[in-house]
Design a protein. Sequence first.
Lengths: 175, 226
Amino acid sequence: MHMTASDVAYNGKVEGDVIVTRADAVINWIRQHSVWPMPMGLACCAIELMASAASRYDISRFGMEVMRFSPRQSDCMIVAGTVTYKMAEVVRRIYDQMGDPKWVVAMGACASTGGMYRSYAVMQGVDNIVPVDVYVSGCPPRPEALLDAMMKLQDKIGRESSVRNLRKTKAVAAQ
Amino acid sequence: MEENLPFVIFERPRRLPPNNSMIDEDFTKSLLEKHSYLTQRDSVDWLTVECAPEKLVSFVQSLRDLEGFEILIDLTAIDHGEGEEFRYSTVIHLYSLVHRGYVRIHSICADNDKPAMPSVSGIYPAANWHERETFDMFGIHFSDHPNLKRILMWDEYPYFPLRKDFPLAGIDTPLPADDVVEVTQASVEPAPMMGGPFVSPNSGSMSDSEPRAKDESWTEKKGKPV
């Protein structure tokens, strides 16, 4: 009898509609491949962010084309640009409005460290007010760099202990 | 010594107004005759006059209505530094499409502690935000301004950042939002200058032209040489 690779991995006739796996793997797989980013465009990095969403670089190859301009509909805040002290409060408030689970990408030198703006007006890194998952270097980073960061974020999401985190959140909520 | 200077200081060439400009010696002479309170200032390019603050509004009004200076190009201030007899002054640039040229008006603030200047936003609406920015950065109060509040920094910010005695790195200040401060413990801190200001070299490959400090002899790990 001729057998293909797919017959060995999963045979619907033999196993029925059942797949055995871990909850973490399923949850992370779903989260990984439908990251809805929110563009927090504050400076020129936002232009590169737009380029990575356009056809040439095409962020939809990674399931991230659904850029939402509302924090309530998005999973990942891409801080693209210079965070001034006046804007810092707004960035934090928008972050607070995002539903869990949520991730933050600091795109470019300014969002990561303040960049070349060592001045009285600019916050020296957005990690002063929100927890950052991935930092992207560059001034501004090329779209490839952002895509690489988003793939690193996917890897990071894939390694999360989602079920344990969920239990923890529930325990905190019950207190 | 000189090659160690962080920036190249260019000598500014004397630029005369273009030939088709009608702001020439005759125009200057007639303007100074019409307004006897004006004095001409030395300038590398366009006509520059010194005007007393109390005459400023009527002079700017007559420049717009009678001389055809329709456009306010810029309104800003100068801090001449602590210890100067008159520390602050404001500068207005006007442009005339009729004369094809600029006039620059310089006015000295009389009081160094509470610098004030009459507002020209009633004549040129464009001056409104320029005056708010000048107030924000230099602390110069424009009397009769319709909405004189900070435009760049937040309302509670206690300093005027472009004054000479204000450090570029900034001064410790609390952030205005109490609830955000409670969660994040963030505040305004002086930026680490680390041999800055930070600029991009305008030559070399893109991978080498990230913004960097002019003076790289000291870092966070290695202290600043004395």
